[in-house]
Design a protein. Structure first.
Ligand code: PFF
Length: 360
């Protein structure tokens, strides 16, 4: 059977964009920007993306594209009979661990979306809203339920195969994600906090920049572009050997950066409209935002759109990690796609349980 190929460079950009755009853009980027003082950190982040991230992105794509094989085989192809092959296995192990952590936090997002849809998220006093996250973290059953739903949905998309699963679902979910993002952004422009948000993100104050922030910017540029474990390599292996790489790599990086910056502007516009502190950390979207949604006209609808947007972003990233694991089991061990999906999802679910119980 011939190996799958993306049907066009645009399909590839959507799929790789789907892998890149995720919790990292909408959850992590705004909160680390808030914690590291804004503008100067954003500038460092942009430099890291385009000076470090894009060249590595091209390199990963190139290794995959020239090997036309999964990540473990691709490293063997790069230098046969050397220890380089070990990097491929490291990537597989890391993908497994990342998926198990990513799945748990994505489960929280699904739980919040469900609460928003049923009207419970913003019900009661601001104290009740504040305690939504604490309530969820104290309930392993609720966390495990949504984690399972998330892993199951990701597994379903990957089991459908590359054409009917990954390519098709990225083509559906990514434009929807953009529509929602632009909708929320248009709304945020009308808020009093929009101008302060622009100033916070684009007016660098270098006195706030620490060496820790610099490390965070580099680390995050890898995470947000899905670099370092082979996800971009495996997506690159489904590209025709004739495709030129720099342009498509640059397009994916632009798309990913655009989403992070716009998500940051949306979130900080809301935060500054209510005169709150931008430094609340990982709780920013789980505590601060719902609290603000509660005080805004139309806040319930905003909450529904916001958590749906992040669910889509998380799903298109999780399927890329799962594809890396599945392609390894199928191509290197001859497993059927269905068995590979089942084992990889179930395995990361089991590892993720450790994470769930660590909050309890
Ligand atoms: N890039 C994703 C995000 O920003 O949420 C996370 C991610 C996906 C990291 C795939 C690593 C990976 F291989």
């Amino acid at each position: 059977m011939s190996r799958f190929r993306w049907s066009s460079p645009f399909s590839f950009i959507l799929a790789a964009g789907g892998a890149a755009v995720g919790l990292g853009n909408i959850w992590k980027f705004p909160y680390i920007t808030g914690m590291n003082g804004g503008g100067a950190f954003v500038l460092m982040y942009l430099l890291c993306i385009f000076l470090v991230g894009v060249p590595i992105f091209i390199a990963e794509l190139y290794i995959g594209q020239s090997a036309q094989a999964n990540t473990v085989k691709a490293f063997h192809h790069l230098k046969p009979n050397s220890y380089w092959g070990f990097s491929g296995y490291l990537g597989v192990a890391s993908a497994f661990i990342i998926l198990s952590l990513y799945g748990v936090v994505s489960g929280w997002i699904l739980d919040f979306e469900f609460q928003a849809l049923t009207g419970k998220l913003l019900q009661g006093t601001s104290k009740t809203v504040n305690s939504q996250l604490t309530g969820l973290l104290a309930s392993p059953v609720r966390q495990i339920f949504w984690f399972l739903i998330f892993i199951f949905t990701s597994g379903l998309v990957v089991a459908l195969g590359l054409k009917r699963g990954l390519e098709r679902w990225n083509k559906i979910l990514m434009p929807l994600l953009f529509l929602m993002l632009i909708g929320l952004f248009t709304f945020s422009i009308s808020l009093d906090g929009f101008a302060p948000a622009l100033k916070f993100m684009f007016n660098p104050d270098f006195s706030k920049l620490t060496s820790q922030a610099l490390l965070e910017a580099i680390g995050h540029s890898f995470f947000t572009l899905s670099l370092g474990i082979g996800v971009i390599m495996i997506y690159g292996s489904y590209l025709s050997p004739k495709e030129s790489l720099p342009k498509i790599a640059f397009s994916v990086a632009l798309l990913d950066t655009f989403v992070a910056i716009v998500a940051g502007l949306i979130i900080f516009s809301i935060v500054f409209t209510f005169g709150l502190d931008a430094k609340s950390g990982p709780e920013l979207i789980f505590v601060t935002l719902p609290n603000l949604f509660q005080q805004m006209p139309g806040g319930s609808l905003l909450a529904i759109i916001f958590f749906l947007l992040i669910s889509f972003a998380a799903l298109t990233s999780a399927i890329s990690i799962l594809e890396l694991l599945v392609s390894y089991l199928v191509e290197s061990h001859g497993w059927s796609r269905n068995n590979a999906v089942l084992s990889a999802s179930f395995g990361s679910f089991l590892v993720g349980l450790l994470n769930v119980f660590s909050y309890f």
